[in-house]
Design a protein around this ligand. Structure first.
Ligand SMILES: *Cc1c(COP(=O)(O)O)cnc(C)c1O
Length: 379
């Protein structure tokens, strides 16, 4: 009995610092130079390193991914009463900043091919709103669990209607779509370094864009919008949204091991695919030949006889963390008054989906513990 209770916990996705101790090096440097805050070399270099890796012109290191989405909306000119088309199947942090700007979200359904924003639902939304003389001020597309969206189609539609595209790539740092990193296709790309993301700074975010002038403006807003003057002069509303120099040091160290983490996440995904193959009514997240996801979380769908709830309960018993697919925003009580365009795809993904433990510190033995417990449900 006691043995059962004390089974070692397996996490969904927990922080994984480099074995080499890169993060501590950068933190030590910050301490030794007393550049604890504000800003400093680690922040500048972290921004540069992200720009280099992604091949984008400019980046602003911020206090969170949510702050990055908020300032992306501001940079795109979204204001009171404006419409924003937004993926429905996502974490609430994608949509909440639309409300911070007093704008109006319209939620767009997913498709089965990508689990992300359906290009045909997006097109339908454009047409429907065009008919009543309205055009959104921005589109926010999410790359859920590291799976790239149908970017060609979505970028095409945004160009056609001349609407800025914001990519919420909070979960997809290191994912490639046709050989290019997600977060670099839209006018703005957003990353998160929250504790459970593929790399973490303990908390933080990054906004990237090829529009350098917009990123300069974002840095201005993020540091309380101080006009140039000896005293404190403000002609615009400001925020305290910058990343600290200590935090950025963790980020620089983590960025060095990003590709190792992607490789390990892919290994985990392949392990599950191999070991759970053939179980009736169990299917995996989609794979498209032009994508190389970062496999942040490995997810499955259960169409019966075994249900998602059976899996959650079985894994709970073993002290193994799992969780449902995001509950779509158009089904959230807070967002129930807003429009939705689609046909229930995201709802079904929510109902049938399970995110399996995808922690990069898991051993093969840990993975087998998960697999055995799941397989047991078919006996
Ligand atoms: C984590 C996450 C965010 C928010 O990032 P924070 O750094 O936690 O503010 C936004 N969107 C998605 C899809 C996320 O997974």
């Amino acid at each position: 009995m006691l043995g059962e209770l004390l089974k070692e916990k397996i996490f969904l996705s927990s922080p994984h610092m480099s074995e080499e101790g890169y993060e501590m090096e950068y933190i030590r440097e910050a301490f030794e130079s007393n550049w604890i805050a504000p800003l400093g070399k680690n922040v500048d270099e972290f921004e540069n390193e992200i720009c280099c890796m992604l091949d984008v012109k400019a980046a602003a290191a911020l206090s969170s991914g949510t702050a990055a989405i908020h300032l992306a909306l501001k940079a795109a000119g979204v204001n009171k009463g404006d419409i924003v088309f937004c993926s429905s199947l996502t974490f609430s942090a994608t949509a909440n900043p639309v409300i911070y700007q007093n704008a109006v979200p319209v939620f767009i359904d997913s498709d089965y091919e990508t689990w992300n924003m359906s290009p045909s639902a997006l097109e339908e939304a454009f047409i429907r709103y065009d008919r009543i003389g309205k055009r959104p001020k921005a589109v926010i597309v999410v790359h859920l669990y590291g799976l790239p969206s149908a970017l060609d189609e979505i970028v095409y539609l945004c160009h056609k209607y001349q609407v800025p595209l914001i990519e919420d790539a909070a979960e997809s740092l290191g994912s490639l779509y046709k050989g290019r990193y997600t977060g670099t296709f839209g006018d703005y790309g957003v990353f998160s370094f929250n504790g459970n993301k593929i790399i973490t700074t303990s908390g933080g975010g990054m906004l990237v864009s090829n529009r350098e002038e917009r990123i300069r403006k974002v840095r201005f807003w993020a540091t309380q919008a101080r006009d140039p003057a000896r005293h404190y002069e403000h002609s615009e509303l400001g925020y305290n949204y910058r990343m600290s120099n200590v935090t950025a040091g963790i980020g620089r160290g983590q960025l060095k091991v990003l590709h190792d983490r992607v490789r390990q996440k892919q290994y985990i995904n392949e392990f599950y695919r191999r070991e759970l193959d053939g179980l009736p009514g169990l299917t995996f997240m989609p794979e498209n030949r032009y994508n190389r996801p970062n496999y942040w979380l490995s997810c499955i769908l259960l169409h019966g006889p075994v249900r998602s709830n059976d899996v959650f309960e079985a894994l709970d018993e073993e002290n193994i963390e799992s969780r449902p697919i995001w509950k779509p925003m158009h089904l959230q009580p807070f967002y129930k008054g807003y429009d939705f365009v689609g046909e229930g795809v995201s709802e079904r993904l929510f109902r049938e989906g399970v995110c399996l433990p995808s922690d990069t510190k898991m051993t093969d033995e840990d993975l087998m513990r998960v697999v055995r417990k799941i397989r047991g449900l078919w006996r």
